[in-house]
Design a protein around this ligand. Structure first.
Ligand SMILES: [Fe+2]
Length: 224
């Protein structure tokens, strides 16, 4: 879960060929199902369900031509800002990971002022918020209990695999392991944007500490 494979609509795969190449690389690593999640971020990536679903269809058609049977679906990664609040207020249906699970992300620079309000609003609309890469929100590091509070309010957490090998930095890695040891994490995601990430995924799966984590911690990806 969590990747950027719809070609040309965010900072992920730029072309259909690249997208297919990343999918094949993930398959080679053992992935059997992919939920791709393009950014929906204000003016920056003003993607809509129509745009995302059309891109998904292109990917599915290309895979079918190759007789590639991997399952690919699409949700979105909603950036929590005023555009997202407007979207919620307009009652437009949101793209989901599965069932009613909605992937959201915060700024990596500054905490949102309305985290609890957004979670509450999503829950009251019948959605289940899943927060992408909480370990990247280092501004909560000195207020670690805030992570627990987000979970208590009904938010699930998705950690990035590459955070666990320090790809985003030492603090992010530390937070990721601590969130896991505190049993606050529900899902593990790739957040794959490019070929470099695909190579690092291979490296991370060879990492002994990560291997033992994967065999001991019960991530709930199979529920998606
Ligand atoms: Fe992402």
């Amino acid at each position: 879960m969590h990747s950027h494979l719809i070609p040309g609509i965010d900072d992920g795969a730029k072309t259909l060929e690249k997208s297919l190449a990343y999918i094949r690389e993930m398959q080679a690593l053992g992935f059997q199902k992919i939920i791709t999640t393009p950014h929906i971020m204000g003016d920056h990536y003003p993607n809509t369900a129509e745009v995302i679903m059309a891109g998904l269809q292109d990917i599915r058609d290309a895979l079918a031509k190759e007789n590639n049977l991997i399952e690919v679906s699409a949700g979105a990664e909603y950036y929590v800002d005023e555009f997202f609040v407007d979207l919620l207020d307009s009652n437009a249906p949101l793209l989901t990971l599965s069932d009613k699970k909605v992937l959201i992300e915060f700024s990596t620079f500054a905490p949102p002022s309305n985290a609890f309000e957004v979670i509450f609003q999503l829950l009251s609309m019948g959605y289940q918020p899943v927060l992408a890469h909480p370990e990247r929100y280092v501004y909560y590091y000195d207020n670690f209990n805030f992570f627990q509070e987000l979970v208590n309010k009904g938010c699930s957490f998705q950690v990035n695999t590459l955070s666990l090998i320090g790809h985003y930095g030492a603090v992010q890695k530390k937070i990721a392991y601590r969130l896991i040891s505190d049993k606050l994490v529900t899902y593990l995601g790739t957040d794959l944007h490019n070929g470099g990430h695909a190579k690092l995924l291979l490296k991370s799966l060879r990492n002994k500490k990560l291997q033992s984590l994967l065999s001991n911690y019960e991530f709930q990806n199979h529920l998606l």
